[in-house]
Design a protein around this ligand. Structure first.
Ligand code: ZN
Ligand code: ZN
Length: 453
C-alpha cells in the first residue's frame, strides 16, 4: 500500500508561516480519502487554526488541546467520506512524531474518529523554519500509525515532502542527471507516481522520458490497440505488436529497460470510475490524447483532486506542400486556467465522442456531428518535440529549476521555429476560478460550474 497527502499552497502556507512563532500551533482540516486498489490519497482542504482558548497547554516544544479546541471544526466535517486532519507545528524542531505526539494522536485521534464517524484520522507535523519547512504525516487508525509516503503541496510549483527512509538512488544510472538536477531532485522524481492519459504519439515518448528520469511509478491508461500506423510514432512498438493493447506494449518496453520504474497499465477508457480513482492516486498526469471528453476528466482531476495536469497537443497540416502546425503544452492546476478556459475542449466534439460508435458514424455521414474517424496528420518529430517540452515543464514545476514567468501554456509554432508562452485566464464561474471547489476530492462537480462561459 502507498499513501499520499495533497494540500493546496493556500492551506499549507499559513502553517509554514506559523513556524516563525515561538510556540507550537495546531489546526484541523477536512480531508477526502480516495482509495484505488491498495493506494490511498487524502486531499486536505478547509484548514482552521485552533483558537487561543482551545489550547490547554502551548509551548515551544509541545501542546495539548481542550475538546473545545477541535470539536467545533470536527462537527462540521461531513460524515460522507471526509476524514479529520490534525496538523501541528514543530518550530525549529524535527520532522518526526514525538512520544507526546503518539499519545496525543491516540487519544485525540480516537475522539476525532468518533465525532466525525471516520475510521481514520490523518496527523501532520510541519517542522523547521519558514524558509526550510518539512512536512511529515501519518494515518492514525484504532490500532496503528501508518506513515504517509508522499506529501504534495500544489501551487504554481509542486513541493514534494518525503519521509527520511525514502528509497535510495541508483547513482550508476542517474549520475549525469544528478549532476544537473541534484540529489534531492532525483530523490523527488524517484518517489513520484506519474499518470499518462494516452500511450500514442505524444504519450509514448513522454512515458519513455519520464521512466529514464527515474520516476518511481507510471500509470498508463489507453484503450487503443497497436496498428501499423502506430509504429511510425509509438516508442517501443513494433510491427510484431499489431492488435495488442498499446498499454501492454509500452509497459513491456519500460520493463525491458530494467530501471526501477513500476508501470501500471490500464487498458480501459479514461472516463470510467476506476480510471478516475487510479488517476487520483498520481502526483501529476500527462494528457496525451486528442479526445475532448478525456480532457474534461483531466480538468476535473486537476482542481478537485489537486493532481496537476500537463496537457499536450499537436496539430499539423500540409497545405500545398508546406507543413503548418503547432504544438502545445498546457499546465492545468489551481492558480492556472483549466483546459476548457484555455479553449482546448470543444463541448460539441466531447459530446460526439460520448455517442455510441455506430450512432456517431451514422450522424457523421449525415453531417450532424463532426467526423472523428478521419485520421489526423502526425509526424514523430513533432509529437516527440511536444512530449519533451511537456517533460521539461514537469521538471520545472516539480524541481523548481527556473524562476517562474507566470505563464501556464507553451505554444510551439512549427513553421516559424518559435516558442511562445502565455497565460489563459480562468473564466468567471468555472471550476478553475472557484477556490472553494479545489481539493474537495469530489467525484463530480455541477456541470454548469465546469461549462460556465
Ligand atoms: Zn508534535
Ligand atoms: Zn476553467
Amino acid at each position: 500500500m502507498r499513501s499520499r497527502l495533497a494540500l493546496h499552497c493556500r492551506d499549507a502556507n499559513p502553517l509554514i508561516e506559523a513556524l516563525a512563532g515561538p510556540v507550537e500551533t495546531a489546526a484541523i482540516g477536512r480531508g477526502r480519502l480516495t482509495r484505488s486498489v491498495d493506494d490511498h490519497t487524502v486531499v486536505v482542504t478547509d484548514i482552521t487554526f485552533v483558537a487561543d482558548e482551545g489550547y490547554l497547554e502551548r509551548s515551544a516544544t509541545h501542546l495539548t488541546l481542550r475538546p473545545e479546541g477541535w470539536s467545533p471544526v470536527c462537527r462540521q466535517i461531513s460524515l460522507a467520506g471526509d476524514v479529520p486532519v490534525l496538523l501541528h507545528t514543530h518550530p525549529n524542531g524535527s520532522a518526526a512524531f514525538s512520544a507526546r505526539d503518539d499519545t496525543f494522536d491516540r487519544t485525540v485521534g480516537a475522539e476525532l474518529r468518533r465525532t466525525a464517524g471516520s475510521d481514520v484520522v490523518v496527523s501532520v507535523v510541519v517542522a523547521g523554519t519558514p524558509a526550510a519547512p518539512r512536512f511529515v504525516a501519518r494515518l492514525v487508525t484504532a490500532d496503528q500509525f501508518r506513515g504517509v509516503d508522499v506529501i504534495r503541496i500544489v501551487g504554481d510549483r509542486v513541493d514534494i515532502h518525503l519521509p527520511d527512509d525514502a528509497a535510495p538512488l541508483r547513482d550508476d544510472v542517474h549520475d549525469r542527471a544528478i549532476r544537473a538536477l541534484g540529489k534531492r531532485g532525483k530523490r523527488t522524481l524517484g518517489s513520484l507516481r506519474v499518470g499518462f492519459a494516452g500511450a500514442g504519439g505524444t504519450g509514448s515518448p513522454a512515458i519513455e522520458q519520464v521512466a529514464r528520469l527515474g520516476v518511481g511509478e507510471e500509470l498508463v491508461i489507453d484503450n487503443d490497440v497497436v496498428t501499423a500506423s502506430t509504429v511510425s510514432r509509438g516508442y517501443g512498438t513494433t510491427l510484431n505488436d499489431l492488435g495488442r493493447p498499446k498499454v501492454d506494449v509500452v509497459a513491456e518496453h519500460i520493463a525491458r529497460m530494467g530501471l526501477d520504474t513500476t508501470v501500471v497499465a490500464l487498458n480501459q477508457d479514461i472516463r470510467t470510475e476506476s480510471s478516475r480513482l487510479a488517476l487520483a492516486q498520481c502526483d501529476v498526469v500527462f494528457g496525451c490524447t486528442d479526445s475532448h471528453a478525456s480532457r474534461i476528466v483531466l480538468s476535473r482531476l486537476a482542481y478537485l483532486h489537486l493532481v496537476p495536469v500537463i496537457d499536450l497537443g499537436v496539430v499539423v497540416a500540409n497545405t500545398a506542400g508546406r507543413l503548418n502546425g503547432w504544438g502545445r503544452v498546457t499546465w492545468a492546476a489551481p492558480g492556472a486556467a483549466c483546459l476548457l478556459c484555455g479553449g482546448h475542449i470543444d463541448p460539441q466534439i466531447a459530446a460526439t465522442e460520448s455517442l455510441d460508435p455506430t450512432e456517431r458514424r451514422r450522424l457523421a455521414a449525415e453531417g450532424y456531428v463532426p467526423d472523428l474517424d478521419e485520421p489526423a496528420p502526425s509526424v514523430i518529430a513533432y509529437t516527440t518535440m511536444v512530449a519533451a517540452e511537456g517533460v521539461a515543464e514537469f521538471l520545472d514545476r516539480f524541481l523548481d529549476l527556473h524562476s517562474h514567468d507566470g505563464a501556464s501554456e507553451t505554444l510551439l509554432q512549427l513553421s516559424a521555429h518559435k516558442k511562445r508562452r502565455s497565460k489563459p485566464h480562468p473564466r468567471t464561474g468555472c471550476i478553475c476560478n472557484e477556490p472553494i471547489q479545489w481539493g474537495t476530492g469530489r467525484a463530480e462537480v455541477d456541470l454548469d460550474l465546469l461549462w460556465a462561459s
